[in-house]
Every structure is written in structure tokens, then in C-alpha cells.
Design a protein around this ligand. Sequence first.
Ligand code: PMT
Length: 213
Amino acid sequence: MNILVTAGPTREFMDPVRYLSNRSSGKMGYAVARQALARGHAVRLVSGPVTLPPPTGASVSRVTSAEEMLAATQEGLAWCQVLIMVAAVADWRPASISSSKLKKEGMPSMLPLERTPDILSRLAADKGSRCFVGFAAETDDAERHARAKLAAKQLDLIVMNDVSRADAGFEADTNQVSFFSADGAFQALPLMSKDEVADRIVAWVEAFPHDGL
Ligand code: PMT
């Protein structure tokens, strides 16, 4: 299959030196790309700014902002049968970007923000028979939020991770996730390496009914 994976954070700049972002290291998304390749799939990886080596055999597009990630993901959609959105896309960006470094003396105490595009929601209209997998990074009432995102973003599977744990979610080499699928099935996995989590996700996708494959 052709699998499009997103990974890492996005950065939303306010001036040439400052930005809004998050703690995503790219480890989870890169593990998904590696495991998909290891299981014989073709992989395109859309990556935010991370320091990881590119997975051998993947075609990699490097992006910085949510807007750029949307464009690269939209471009890859026609090619893929499966989209796995692991990226931690910043939900907000500064309402304007200054072309020169803002002086601290002149900085407002409140920063006007605007929403970034919701990539999964924007791609939902062109989903067709593709399989869409999202992640839910949660700290509280995780199951309710994950189920709401599964429905709102028209996903086939959402992978929920509790990012308040030190050994799961952002930056860690391990993760503890649960699968919620659109058909109502639920599966809680134990703590395992991100490579093992990635392998379970790709196996789930392989078992998903794909038109004409
Ligand atoms: O990179 P690591 O350090 O290994 O950390 C892994 C991870 C914690 C980043 C990863 O496991 C994870 O949870 N990724 C999703 C983080 C996230 O943005 O979750 P969310 O609940 O805010 O978003 C839900 C889904 O919508 C995600 O699939 C996200 O990619 C997508 N989204 C979010 C915002 C946005 N503007 N557009 C989107 O498409």
C-alpha cells in the first residue's frame, strides 16, 4: 500500500526568531514510517522540524508550519491509500508575523492568535475510500476526547496516548496507547516501544478493508 505519514511538531513564527510549537520529537511518527517500510509498504513522510535521521526508503517532505504541512499532505493524498497523522500540529499561530525581530520594549503583553487549519478535517472531504488514522494526545478525560475526535475528524482509527506520563507520548522512546475504531472496537495496549506501537498500527491498517487492493 501507499502510506502517507506525518510526524513532528509545527512551528508558528511571530518574528524571525520566535515561534509557538510543542514538545513533539518526531519519534512516534518516524517509527510508523519505518515499520510501514519494514512491512513492505511505500511511504511518504511529511515531517515537521526534528533532528531524527530520515527513514531509509521513505520520500520525505520537510515542512515548518501547519499551513505548509496542510499543503504537503494535500499533495500526497491522491497518491496514498492510507493517511496516518502522527504530527502534533500547533492549533494556534500568531495572527501576524513580523519580518524583523520584535523588540522586547515594544512587545504587547497579549499576543493575538488565530487558529491554524485542522488538517484532518480539511482532508475529510477528499477522503473517499482511504483509511485515515489520527492520534489523540490527551492529559485528562482521555477516552471522551479521543472518541469525540474520532467522530469529528471522520477517522477510521484514533490512537489515544496519555501524554501526562513521562514514559509515554512526547519525547519518550516508549508509548502506551489505546485504539478506538469507527466500528466501536476498543483495544488498550500495554507500555511498549514506539517501534512496537507503530507495528501494531500498520498491522491494524493492513487488516482494514481497502477497495481494489
Ligand atoms: O513526536 P513524539 O515526541 O514521539 O510524540 C508523539 C506524539 C505525542 C506527538 C504523538 O503520539 C501524538 O499524540 N500525536 C498527535 C498529537 C496531537 O496533535 O494530538 P491532537 O489531539 O491535538 O490532534 C488530534 C489529531 O488531529 C492528530 O492526529 C493531529 O495530527 C490532527 N491535527 C491536529 C491539529 C490540526 N491543526 N490538524 C490536525 O490534523
